[in-house]
Design a binder for this molecule. Structure first.
Ligand SMILES: [Zn+2]
Length: 155
């Protein structure tokens, strides 16, 4: 993508997010979790994983800001990924600064992938680290609690 395409995609994403926030004002309360896109079941699963991570997330700076999950169709996900230069990932990435997690809808292809990816991304937030090692350590704890509490992401 050239610079102008990237810029217009960025504007699209921004206005998409703005529209979503305007249409769900009550979901954007401080400290809350906002899930945009995906099916009802996917939304429930993601909210539940965020909930079982809440104690660890609360200790972070900016924890009064809402955390946003965006579930995007694969093509849209890849465009967002390229715009953020998160080029190595195929399924999910996080932006710690703006407290936003991008998930491809392919994360929900099967329960194992969902259980691998969603806690992993939250692991990056809990550790406030871009590195995979520390994120995975935290993700294992979150996965364990997810298995106890959240049921399955797909039927
Ligand atoms: Zn990672």
């Amino acid at each position: 993508m050239n610079y102008r395409q990237q810029f217009s995609l960025w504007i699209c994403i921004q206005s998409l997010i703005l529209v979503c926030f305007l249409s769900v004002p009550s979901a954007a309360l401080a400290g809350d979790v906002v899930v945009i896109g995906g099916t009802e079941r996917q939304k429930r699963f993601v909210s539940c994983v965020a909930k079982v991570s809440a104690n660890e997330l609360r200790a972070l700076p900016n924890s009064d800001q809402p955390m946003t999950f965006l579930i995007l169709e694969q093509q849209k996900f890849l465009q967002a990924r390229d715009a953020f230069h998160a080029n190595r990932t195929k399924l999910a990435f996080s932006n710690l600064a703006i407290r936003r997690i991008y998930l491809s809808s392919r994360v929900f292809t099967d329960s194992d992938t969902a259980l691998r990816c969603v806690p992993h991304e939250l692991g990056h937030f809990v550790t406030q680290s871009r590195f995979e090692g520390p994120a995975e350590l935290a993700a294992e704890r979150i996965r364990w609690r997810t298995r106890q509490t959240c049921g399955r992401a797909v039927q």
